[in-house]
Ligand binder design. Structure first.
Ligand code: NAP
Length: 277
């Protein structure tokens, strides 16, 4: 029952009406009798700063941030966690009396999804496809759980070099960067491959790696989430009996981590999972 004491949470983005986050979070609140409610707020690019001030004035507990605001949110917060700082992208905000705290739970979400799938990360060599905000957040989170070498391949190789520079000093070893379209000729022999590009989102998208690379001895993680269907990468990995994590598991666990920040307790993962399955 919503009352004057109900904790308010929101997702801000543009568009947001398609989002599964309200169903996912509210299911956990109902299942555990928590006095919180989560809604979607469509905020246009020119309205971000005013909207954030409004959310703060209205004393929301916190909010999620999605496209196109993940980067532009950064200068609007008072504090950043390591993943948000290095990735330059925020997906979760806590509103405190002292100010706004920005987090990025996408990388941690992918780590938890790998753990759920039984994919060991410690010491393993990784090929990261993409060098945007999500790729960077995943790189930091994977570094924090002790992955071995991290190879980066990106369409724009300068952006990959920029990410490598930002990771310098975090303890993550980045031995090589590759142009994404040259992977066919020069593939690192990685044990775990992560797709953090949008390839696979649209019908007819090319595979992010040559299909011959999808084989036994490797595990694949796809950040791309296509409701009701599988990306070609996930489909191929499943067909070949190769361990794979699909984007919906990352979506679930980035939400679990965000909810834990807002409520301070372990979220009801089963209820959240049922709501998006
Ligand atoms: P971003 O910051 O805009 O970065 C996009 C990355 O993908 C860049 O490395 C870009 O390369 C590359 N890219 C874009 N279009 C490409 C194409 N046609 N071919 C090859 N590479 C391409 O975006 P982001 O926030 O990192 O998001 C990346 C993906 O992760 C999106 O599909 C997003 O939906 C997904 N995601 C999923 C979850 C989840 O919970 N499942 C959470 C967050 C994000 P250039 O540098 O060359 O432009």
């Amino acid at each position: 029952m919503i009352s004057g004491k109900t904790g308010l949470l929101a997702l801000i983005g543009h568009p947001v009406s398609h989002s599964l986050s309200p169903a996912m979070h509210n299911a956990a609140f109902v299942a555990d009798g928590l006095d919180f409610v989560y809604v979607c707020l469509d905020v246009g690019p020119d309205e971000l700063s005013a909207a954030v001030k409004g959310l703060q004035a209205l004393k929301l507990r916190g909010f999620n941030v999605t496209m196109p605001h993940k980067r532009t949110m950064v200068p609007l917060v008072d504090e950043l966690d390591e993943e948000a700082s290095i990735s330059g992208a925020i997906n979760t905000v806590m509103i405190e009396d002292s100010g706004l705290r920005g987090f990025n739970t996408d990388g941690g979400g992918m780590v938890m999804a790998c753990q759920e799938a039984g994919i060991e990360l410690s010491g393993r060599s990784v090929l990261l496809l993409g060098a945007g905000g999500t790729a960077a957040a995943i790189a930091v989170a994977f570094g924090n759980v002790g992955v071995g070498e991290l190879h980066i391949a990106n369409r724009n190789v300068e952006r990959a070099a920029h990410l490598r520079n930002k990771l310098y000093g975090t303890g993550i070893k980045v031995p090589a960067i590759y142009p994404l379209d040259a992977l066919e000729d020069e593939m690192p022999d990685a044990e775990i491959v992560i797709n953090a590009t949008p390839l696979g989102m649209k019908e007819g998208d090319p595979m992010p790696v040559p299909s011959g690379y999808v084989r036994e001895g490797r595990a694949f993680c796809d950040a791309v989430y296509r409701p009701g269907t599988q990306t070609p990468l996930v489909q191929l990995a499943r067909d070949r009996d190769v361990p794979v994590v699909a984007g919906d598991r990352m979506l679930l666990y980035q939400g679990v981590l965000a909810q834990k920040l807002w409520t301070g307790r372990e979220p009801n993962v089963k209820a959240m999972d049922r709501a998006i399955s």
